[in-house]
Design a protein around this ligand. Structure first.
Ligand SMILES: Nc1ncnc2c1ncn2[C@@H]1O[C@H](COP(=O)(O)OP(=O)(O)OP(=O)(O)O)[C@@H](O)[C@H]1O
Ligand SMILES: [Mg+2]
Length: 314
């Protein structure tokens, strides 16, 4: 479905690197004021998507439009509309916070008073007030990440692309960054937020797309995705198991499955597991020793595992 407010449009985008197909026929449409979560494991195609939208990579096929400008035919106009926060920090570590912001601001054509006002405003937003004279290399990882975000927002972009902006950060820094993302979207920007943290997309994203092997497997609101998970539960048994015995240990209904089986863990996708725990545990005992049981109802995680056969966190 296409909306009049859609400001990021990818149509049938394909990207190959030699024989690797990083993106296969990707379609995306993101609106102003929306935070769209692109969720996928390592190598899924998240950075390739972001890099194609911001013009760092050319698509092999298909078209990309941002704020109405095709990124290949109108690259300058498109770039001016975009603030991109790359996966790797893009800062001058030997310069101060202010010098970095001034540098990026000038790149976007901001002049003295406007630049000063934006720097002041953004330092508050990313909680770096009073640190403007600090040398970037001396800041904590979280501060550098927040500065990286500020650098992308100087020119008030209508489109903000964030690629794994919170990787490796502590919960407080992550929470700070999520707040920044929410305020950017509340100000009207369209945000593409790539991550492999499920809890982040659950927290801030209006719509979520699950990507793997360059394909969008499913897309929708959290409620939509939970419904697609089919009211099933994911039961995780931890302990020590024999995977060969595990394969035959459980009496499963046709729609149920063992979605992961290893020496330490058996993960089952079941319906109505709550009423069958005793039975499940005795069945599990045929495969080994159970030390811990957990159940996850209709979660995004269960859908993710169903769709990709993989666990995001492993
Ligand atoms: N410049 C490149 N040359 C060759 N292959 C590439 C290049 N960039 C990406 N790829 C491949 O394309 C696929 C998608 O990679 P991409 O970096 O987009 O994944 P990602 O979802 O961002 O992963 P991560 O979570 O690790 O950042 C991978 O198979 C990757 O190896
Ligand atoms: Mg990446």
């Amino acid at each position: 479905m296409q909306s009049a407010r859609s400001v990021i449009e990818l149509k049938n985008v394909r990207k190959t690197f030699g024989s690797i197909e990083a993106l296969a026929n990707l379609n995306l449409s993101i609106n102003s004021g929306e935070i769209y979560g692109l969720l996928g494991p390592n190598g899924a195609g998240k950075s390739t998507t972001v890099n194609i939208i911001c013009g760092l990579l050319a698509p092999t096929a298909g078209s990309v439009t941002v704020a109405g400008f095709n990124v290949e035919t109108h690259p300058l106009e498109a770039k001016q509309a975009i603030g991109a926060v790359p996966q790797e920090l893009a800062l001058y570590s030997e310069l101060t916070v202010r010098q970095n912001l001034a540098f990026f601001g000038r790149l976007y054509g901001l002049h003295r008073s406007e630049l000063e006002a934006r720097i002041k405003r953004l330092l508050v937003m990313v909680r770096l007030e009073g640190r403007d004279r600090s040398i970037v290399g001396t800041l904590s990882g979280g501060m550098q990440r927040r500065l990286n975000i500020a650098a992308a927002l100087l020119h008030k972009p209508a489109i903000v692309l964030m690629d794994e902006a919170t990787v490796g950060l502590d919960p407080q820094n992550r929470a700070n960054i999520l707040e920044i993302v929410q305020s950017v979207a509340a100000g009207g920007a369209a945000v593409l937020y790539s991550t492999h943290y499920m809890d982040e997309v659950e927290q801030i994203c209006g719509r979520i797309g699950i990507i793997d092997h360059g394909k969008l497997l499913v897309e929708g609101t959290l409620t939509d995705l939970r419904q697609q998970a089919g009211g099933k539960e994911v039961v995780t048994l931890r302990g020590s198991f024999d995977p060969v015995k595990a394969a035959a240990a459980f009496t499963l209904r046709p729609t149920e499955a063992i979605i992961k089986s290893s020496l330490e863990e058996i993960v089952l996708n079941l319906q109505g597991a709550e009423g069958r725990l005793t039975q499940l545990l005795s069945e599990a005992a045929r495969a080994g020793d159970v030390r811990e049981v957990s159940m996850n109802r209709q979660s995004l995680e269960s859908l993710f595992i169903q769709l990709t056969g993989r666990d995001l966190r492993s």
